[in-house]
Structure formats: structure tokens, C-alpha cells
Design a protein around this ligand. Structure first.
Ligand SMILES: Cc1cc2nc3c(=O)[nH]c(=O)nc-3n(C[C@H](O)[C@H](O)[C@H](O)COP(=O)(O)OP(=O)(O)OC[C@H]3O[C@@H](n4cnc5c(N)ncnc54)[C@H](O)[C@@H]3O)c2cc1C
Length: 383
């Protein structure tokens, strides 16, 4: 529904209707709150291929939001079978599961967010007891960034690329034509659930990240090395987003990728935002401090450890990347899970990082220790 502005005071104004803002708006409506939801294109379908570990998704979501679910493999200098279901989300079903009936949806860009007031591009303001910033991270200049270039092919065409894997979470094999001393990228390959597969060459993180043209060429080289020559008319996916959130606004709590719910070492945020939406809605309903509720001490401890991990990825020379991930995928499942998904699991994250320190070869261990204790802006490069 499209409201005329100015609107009646709301309990909460949510700025940004990506997966995070929309899920939060939906859960607030479900609790009977008066919600104003603001986005320039609130009805525009999400085009990104969103995926998550199945066990990260909250119970309130129906199973229909899962388009495909498989146990993927990873490749470093050896194959690793990951004993965990990984799913691609059906964006239309996710939107249906987060309907905004009853919310005041405003198709406009917010130009200013202050505590209790949102100023709109078209003029007018939206007043609310609490304003939540869910504008995502976008492609902020200077921020650590993930880039990827992908193409969609049918399942039979993707077969030789996948080999005996149902999906490739990270395939670091060296058949993408990059020079040994060049920043690394990996192949990400997931079934979309409709007899199609996304094949994506990914720069996990860089400052700056690899350019999309470089990733496109590497993807073509890699696919052709595995017997797949793209026809040129494939649907493509272009990925570029900051993995770090910008500084917050005073008195305006942030949610989703904007609010630090993105894992800076992987770029995943959708599942953690969906999982946090209920707590956030309950906190708003009770009139409590949203930032405090989302960021207890253990979450802040995990964020600090993940920031160390990001510095490791940004500063490790290319030759350290594959052995680093070989050590990661050799960790016990529970530690991999803790590091990838445990936003509140400080002991698990610490145990995973300690175990990595023990397992990694000495040069990588030095990089990790420098990331933890050394100058933070040492040699920055893509990984
Ligand atoms: C192609 C692609 C694939 C990805 N794949 C995954 C994945 O598989 N798993 C995963 O977890 N993450 C993935 N990501 C990362 C992704 O950015 C985030 O995970 C996710 O979109 C963040 O959700 P969000 O709702 O926090 O922010 P966003 O999705 O960025 O949404 C922000 C919203 O705010 C709106 N907005 C911005 N400025 C204003 C303003 N001034 N006023 C009002 N509204 C505004 C925007 O229109 C947008 O709708 C992917 C990203 C891309 C680009």
C-alpha cells in the first residue's frame, strides 16, 4: 500500500526493505505494531541469489522459502565434504513469507534519518517512536568489498564443472588462469532448484576487490578447463557489496547488513538478519534499546574476532589463501559452524580461531597474529 505523506506517527519507521528491513517490518506488523516502511522500490523483486545454511533460518519461515538444499563440497588442495545443508532461497517465497499487510509502505528515498524522524526525498517526514536504519551496505568506497561474476546454466551443462559435488561452497582449485602471485578467487556453484545452476567466480574480499571483468575472464577460463564453453546468452549475476557497515547514526539503531549483521569474512547476512528479526521486533515492542538487545557482550566479542579474520584475509599474500582454507575445512564441523554462523557464540568462534592458529603453517600463523595484534592497516590486498 502507498501512503500519502506526512503519515501518522508510527511505532517504528524502517528505512530500507531489503531482506533484513522487510523481515523486521513483517515481524513488527505481526506483533501489532504500527509500522512505516520506506524504500524507493518497495515492490521490486530481489534479483540477487540469496543462500544460507539451512540451520540458520528461523522457525517462523515456511519451508517454501527454500528453493534448493544440498550438502556442498569445498575444494582447496583436496576435496572437503561439508556435512551441513546449504540452501538457496526462493526470493518470491521469502517476500510472501514477509508480507507487509497493515504496514504503511512508502515508496521514496529517505534523505535524513534522525531519532524519531525520517525525511523523505519527495518532501515531508515520517515520525515514529523509533527509526531503524536497514539501508544495507551498498558499495561504499574504501570499504572491504566482495565481488563476483556469475552465470546461470542448466544442470546438465554444469555437470562437468561440479564433478561429483551437488554444490561447491568454495572451489579454490587453480584452473581459472590467474597467475600464482595474483589475488585469489574461487568458484561458487549452487543449484537454483529449477534445473539451473549458478556458477560464480568470487573474490571473497578485497580492498579493493577484484574487478568484475577479471572475474568474468577467470570464470570463462575455469569453465572451459572443465569442458564447458558458455554460449554467451546466459543470465549473469554481478555482485559487489561492502562487507563492512558504515558508522551508525546517533540515536538511530541499524539492522541487517547496515547494522553489522553481515559476517565480514564471508559476506553472508541474510540468514542472520532473518534470525534476528523476531528479537528486534520484540525489543521494539517493549520499548527497549534495540542496539543493546542485538549486541550483547558475546556478540561484540564475536564481531571483534571476525574483524581480526577480515584483516587476515585482506593482508594474507595470495599463496597463503588456499592453505588457510584447507586448514579451515579440516576443522571439526562444530568449529566451522561456530565460525561461520555463531554470531553469539564467542567461545565457539574463539575455539575455531585458536584451532586455526595451531593448524596453519607458520607463515599464515604470523599473518593471523599480525592481524590480531599488529598494525591494522598493514599490507592490504585482495584475497
Ligand atoms: C548478487 C548478490 C548476491 C548475494 N548473495 C548473498 C547470499 O547468498 N547470502 C547472503 O547472506 N548474502 C548475500 N549477499 C549480500 C547481500 O548484500 C546482503 O546479504 C543482503 O542483501 C543484505 O540485506 P539487507 O536487507 O541488510 O540490505 P540490502 O539488501 O542492501 O537492502 C537495503 C535496502 O535499502 C534500500 N535503501 C537504500 N538507501 C535507501 C534510502 N536512502 N532510503 C530508503 N531506502 C533505501 C535499498 O533500496 C534496499 O532495498 C549478496 C549480495 C549480492 C549483491
Amino acid at each position: 500500500m502507498r501512503a500519502d505523506v506526512p503519515v501518522a506517527p508510527a511505532d517504528v519507521a524502517i528505512v530500507g526493505l531489503g531482506p533484513a528491513g522487510r523481515a523486521l517490518a513483517h515481524r513488527c506488523v505481526e506483533r501489532g505494531l504500527r509500522v512505516a516502511a520506506i524504500d524507493p522500490h518497495p515492490q521490486r523483486p530481489w534479483r540477487a541469489t540469496y543462500a544460507a545454511w539451512a540451520d540458520e533460518l528461523p522457525a517462523w519461515l515456511p519451508p517454501t522459502v527454500i528453493a534448493s538444499s544440498v550438502a556442498p563440497m569445498a575444494w582447496t588442495n583436496a576435496a572437503h565434504r561439508l556435512d551441513r545443508q546449504y540452501c538457496v532461497l526462493d526470493n518470491a517465497a521469502l517476500r510472501n513469507a514477509t508480507v507487509l499487510d497493515g504496514a504503511q509502505v512508502i515508496a521514496d528515498r529517505a534523505t535524513e534519518l534522525t531519532p524519531g524522524l525520517v525525511t523523505l526525498g519527495a518532501g515531508g517526514t515520517v515520525a515514529a517512536r523509533i527509526v531503524v536504519d536497514a539501508r544495507g551496505t551498498g558499495a561504499a568506497a574504501g570499504a572491504a568489498t566482495q565481488t563476483a561474476f556469475g552465470m546461470v546454466v542448466d544442470t546438465a551443462t554444469a555437470d562437468p564443472v561440479l564433478g561429483d559435488a551437488d554444490a561447491l561452497f568454495m572451489d579454490w582449485r587453480a584452473d581459472n588462469g590467474s597467475a600464482p602471485d595474483a589475488p585469489r578467487s574461487f568458484l561458487y556453484a549452487v543449484p537454483l532448484g529449477d534445473d539451473r545452476v549458478l556458477l560464480e567466480e568470487t573474490c571473497l574480499v578485497g580492498r579493493p576487490a577484484l574487478e568484475l571483468g577479471v572475474l568474468r575472464d577467470r570464470l570463462r577460463t575455469r569453465l572451459s578447463a572443465r569442458g564447458l564453453t558458455p554460449g554467451g546468452d546466459e543470465t549473469v549475476e554481478r555482485v559487489r557489496f561492502a562487507v563492512e557497515s558504515p558508522a551508525g547514526l546517533p540515536g538511530v539503531p541499524a539492522f541487517g547488513a547496515r547494522g553489522g549483521l553481515m559476517h565480514p569474512c564471508t559476506g553472508y547476512s541474510v540468514a542472520s538478519s532473518l534470525a534476528a528479526a523476531d528479537l528486534a521486533a520484540a525489543t521494539i515492542a517493549h520499548g527497549d534499546d534495540l542496539t543493546a538487545a542485538l549486541w550483547p557482550l558475546r556478540a561484540r566479542a564475536v564481531a571483534a574476532m571476525r574483524a581480526t579474520g577480515l584483516r587476515t584475509l585482506l593482508t594474507a599474500p595470495p599463496e597463503q589463501i588456499v592453505p588457510f582454507f584447507a586448514a579451515f575445512f579440516a576443522l571439526p564441523d562444530r568449529l566451522q559452524r561456530a565460525y561461520l554462523s555463531g554470531r553469539l557464540d564467542a567461545p565457539g568462534t574463539a575455539a575455531a580461531m585458536a584451532s586455526m592458529l595451531v593448524r596453519c603453517p607458520a607463515p599464515i600463523r604470523s599473518t593471523m597474529l599480525r592481524s590480531a595484534f599488529g598494525r591494522q592497516n598493514a599490507r592490504i590486498r585482495s584475497s
